[in-house]
Design a binder for this molecule. Structure first.
Ligand code: WQD
Length: 343
C-alpha cells in the first residue's frame, strides 16, 4: 500500500513541485486546493510530468465538512503537507482580516480534521520572514523571531505557535515547520512553475515577465543598502530543492517514536545574493538584456537575510543541489513555455 500524503495548496507553486518530489519518492499525493491562488495549468503540467492524473479534491481548507469528506474518502493518508495560505505580503497589509481568517482558520481546521482521522504527521510551510531583520547572519533556527513586518508574516508566527502548542498538549501529532527562504525557479520540464496572478510582487517572476515583454521595466528597490552593490541580499533556493526538503521532512517524522513531536528547520542554500547579482545572473543564463532601473526602497523590505543550513543539512540530511543560475534558467524556460501556451 502506497503511503498517501495530503498536499493542501498542492496546485500552487511550491505545492505542485512538492507533488512531483512526493511521487518520485514513492508516495501517493492527494491534492486539496480551492484554486484561489492557482489554476489548472499546474494540474495539466503535473499530468505531463507524471503521466497520470494526481488525485485532486477542489475545496477550501477552512471548510470542515469538506476536509472530513476528503479524509473519509482517502483512508490511506498518513500525513499532511500544509501549503494552503494567502502569501502576498503587500496584500496582507491591505486586507489583514482576510489573511488572519484564511491562514489561521485553514490551519486549525486541518489540524482538527487530522485528529479526527488519526493522521499525525504534519509538515508546515513557514517562512524566514519570522526572523524579520536578524541581528546577526546567517540565521539559525535559534535566531530570535521578531514581530512581523506584515500580517502575512504575523500569520506565519501565529501558525508556528499553534503547531508547537498543539504538539506540547500531548496530542498525537508530529510536526515539522520548514522556514523557507526565497523559492525561485521551476521544474526542468518547464510545464509547472510560479504563476503569480496579476502583477508579480516577487523578484524572479517580475524579471522573467520583463524579459518576456509582459512588463515594461524592472525596478530594483534600492541600491543604498549596506551590501556589496547596495541592493538587498536574499537566500534564493531552487523550488525543486525546496520540494525535496518536504520529502526528507516526512522521512524524519517517520523516525520519531514519540507520539507528540515538534521541530523547525531553515530551508535555504546558506548563500546570499544581491538583487543586482540575480539580475546579472539572469542576463547571463538567458542572453536577454534586462530593462531595469534603480528605484527607491520598498517599504517593509529587510536589508539582508540568508540561512545557516547546518541543521537541515545534518538532521534532515538535505542539501541544496541546484545553483542560482540553474534556478534562473528554469524560471526563464517556464516563462517561455507560458508564452507559447498562452499565445
Ligand atoms: C526579493 C528582493 C526586493 C521585486 C517575500 C516574503 C517571503 C516569501 C517570498 C512567500 C527584495 C527585491 C523585488 C521587484 C525588487 N513569501 N525586488 N524589485 O520580499 O524577500 O520575500 O516573498 O512565499 O516570505 O517575505 O521576496 O521576491 O518580493 O523580494 O528589487 O520588482 O527583490 O526589494 O530585496 P521577499 P521578493
Amino acid at each position: 500500500m502506497k503511503k498517501s500524503i495530503m498536499v493542501t495548496g498542492g496546485a500552487g507553486y511550491i505545492g505542485s513541485h512538492t507533488v512531483v518530489a512526493l511521487v518520485e519518492a514513492g508516495y501517493e499525493p492527494v491534492i486539496v486546493d480551492n484554486f484561489s491562488n492557482a489554476d489548472h495549468t499546474a494540474i495539466k503540467g503535473l499530468k505531463t510530468i507524471l503521466g497520470f492524473d494526481v488525485k485532486l479534491y477542489e475545496g477550501d481548507c477552512t471548510d470542515m465538512a469538506f476536509m472530513r469528506s476528503v479524509f473519509a474518502a482517502e483512508k490511506d493518508i498518513v500525513g499532511v503537507i500544509h501549503f494552503a495560505a494567502f502569501k502576498a505580503v503587500g496584500e496582507s497589509v491591505q486586507k489583514p482580516a482576510m489573511y488572519y481568517e484564511n491562514n489561521l482558520d485553514s490551519l486549525l481546521t486541518v489540524i482538527k480534521a487530522m485528529g479526527e482521522a488519526d493522521v499525525s504527521h504534519f509538515v508546515f510551510s513557514s517562512s524566514c520572514t519570522v526572523y524579520g531583520q536578524p541581528e546577526s547572519l546567517p540565521v539559525t533556527e535559534d535566531t530570535p523571531k521578531q514581530p512581523a513586518e506584515s500580517p502575512y508574516g504575523a500569520t506565519k508566527l501565529m501558525c508556528e505557535q499553534i503547531i508547537e502548542d498543539h504538539c506540547k498538549s500531548g496530542a498525537a501529532f508530529k510536526a515539522v515547520a520548514l522556514r523557507y527562504f526565497n523559492p525561485i525557479g521551476a521544474h526542468p520540464s518547464a510545464v509547472i512553475g510560479e504563476l503569480p496572478l496579476g502583477v508579480p510582487a516577487n523578484l524572479v517572476p517580475f524579471i522573467t515577465q520583463t524579459a518576456a515583454g509582459i512588463r515594461e521595466q524592472l525596478t530594483v528597490f534600492g541600491n543604498d543598502y549596506d551590501t556589496q552593490d547596495g541592493s538587498c541580499i536574499r537566500d534564493y533556493i531552487h523550488v525543486m530543492d525546496l520540494a525535496d526538503a518536504h520529502v526528507k521532512a516526512l522521512s524524519y517524522l517517520d523516525e520519531q517514536t514519540n507520539t507528540s513531536f515538534h521541530d523547525v528547520f531553515n530551508v535555504g542554500t546558506g548563500q546570499g545574493n544581491t538583487v543586482l547579482e540575480v539580475v546579472g545572473a539572469f542576463q547571463k543564463v538567458s542572453g536577454v538584456k534586462l530593462n531595469y532601473v534603480i528605484g527607491s526602497r520598498r517599504p517593509g523590505d529587510i536589508e539582508k537575510i540568508y540561512a545557516n543550513a547546518d541543521k537541515v543539512n545534518t538532521v534532515l540530511k538535505w542539501q541544496a543541489k541546484r545553483s542560482l543560475e540553474e534556478a534562473l534558467c528554469d524560471a526563464w524556460a517556464w516563462q517561455e513555455h507560458l508564452g507559447r501556451v498562452k499565445a
